[in-house]
Write a protein that binds this ligand. Structure first.
Ligand code: NAD
Ligand code: IPM
Ligand code: MN
Length: 362
């Protein structure tokens, strides 16, 4: 097949991890006879430096016209002056909003080879397989912002329609999994959460009688997530809670560098990015873990291009490389770490081997 993919490297380790995922996509295209047209555009700090804007119009237009977008990360100390008029992160938020990507899927499936890197006891981690559906275009991130000399405010707002569509997405996902959804809110304090709980309850009861829905307050959820991670199948929550809980959940897998994400809306374009940031503390050293981005490329193949078999082969290749003990510095014992390039080379070598997956077409 032929597909137009926009690559947004961004800042910090963004160019390093996207380079890895691009190599993998090109290798898969060559191997399975696809034509991926990759087009690079600017976003974040790099775009501010070039044009003064974190999301230039040309970038948004290219993304809107594409089949899928692969993004590294944005931000960094260079653009973090609290008095700065524009910030790299605004570019990412505008892109998510501009593409209507309200559902951010963040799967958490700890891999056997990296359990030792998790601060959580291994017996709690075996069999953990959850997916967090984070609402991505509403809530406190996008409400009215005010600032005076003596005070500041960020408005948190949700409409019924915004809650309905993301809860529906979570329930649909649960149908293909273990049929269990936990909706996370702060309904004991926040009005938006009381609405969230009411709407989630109605959508699940009326449209998904085969799915079980439970509610959990976000503070105790932060505890349950690490105390009994196997209990969770699909978790659906609002924008900021989802942001925080998934960085926490990355510790189940062993490193923030491992987790991928897919951001989807009603349109055909999806955005695929690791959940981590630009990691300024390790940028430019060639040691970043490219797994989260490579696995995001797998989600791109599956969700935007419908290439389920290729996606599964890629996920298998990454698993095999981890199994073989090829680990970047965030996961490896001191002195035994693979560089970003070495890890990527190992994935590419694995992709050369035969791949047997259930999804392979006849
Ligand atoms: P971060 O995710 O960049 O880094 C947190 C820690 O995890 C750091 O110690 C970092 O070295 C490590 N880490 C992250 N990704 C890694 C990887 N792939 N391999 C190895 N180690 C990795 O979070 P932060 O330091 O709080 O934020 C830095 C900047 O990134 C900020 O400007 C923030 O706004 C931005 N950010 C961007 C995104 C995004 O673009 N989607 C996401 C989160 C943070
Ligand atoms: C993420 C990031 C972003 C978010 C920032 C950089 C705007 O933390 O993708 O998780 O909060 O959504
Ligand atoms: Mn985050």
């Amino acid at each position: 097949m032929r597909a137009d993919i926009v690559v947004l490297e961004g800042d910090g380790i963004g160019p390093e991890v996207t380079a890895a995922a691009v190599q993998v996509l090109q290798a898969l295209a060559a191997r399975y006879g696809h034509q991926f047209e990759l087009q690079r555009h600017l976003i974040g700090g790099a775009a501010i430096d070039a044009s003064g804007e974190p999301l230039p119009a040309a970038t948004l237009q290219a993304c809107q016209r594409s089949d899928a977008v692969l993004l590294g990360a944005v931000g960094g100390p260079k653009w973090s002056d609290p008095k700065a008029k524009v910030r790299p992160e605004q570019g990412l938020l505008a892109l998510r909003k501009g593409l209507g990507l309200y559902a951010n899927l963040r799967p958490v499936q700890p891999h056997a080879a990296t359990l030792g890197a998790s601060p959580i006891k291994p017996h709690l981690l075996a069999g953990v397989d959850m997916i967090v559906v984070r609402e991505l275009t509403g809530g406190i991130y996008f409400g009215d912002k005010q600032r005076s000399a003596s005070a500041a405010s960020d408005l948190c707002e949700y409409s019924v329609a915004e809650i309905e569509r993301v809860v529906r997405r979570a329930c649909q996902l649960a149908r293909g999994r273990r049929g269990h959804v936990v909706s996370v809110d702060k309904a004991n304090v926040l009005e938006t959460s009381r609405l969230w709980r009411e709407v989630a309850t109605r959508v699940a009861r009326e449209e998904f009688p085969d799915v079980t829905l439970e509610h959990q307050l976000v503070d105790s959820m932060a505890m349950h997530l690490i105390a009994k991670p196997r209990a969770f199948d699909v978790i659906v929550t609002e924008n900021m809670f989802g942001d925080i809980l998934t960085d926490e959940a990355s510790m189940l897998a062993g490193s923030l560098g491992l987790l991928p994400s897919a951001s989807l809306g009603e349109g055909k374009v999806g955005l695929y990015e690791p959940i981590h940031g630009s990691a300024p503390d390790i940028a430019g050293r060639g040691i970043a873990n490219p797994c989260g981005t490579i696995l995001s490329a797998a989600l791109l193949l599956r969700h935007s291009l419908g290439l389920d078999a290729e996606a599964a082969c890629l996920e298998q290749a990454v698993a095999a490389v981890l199994d073989a003990g090829v680990l970047t510095a965030d996961l490896a014992p001191a002195g035994e770490a693979a560089t970003t390039a070495q890890f990527t080379a190992a994935v590419l070598a694995q992709l050369d081997l035969p791949c047997h997956v259930a999804e392979l077409r006849d």
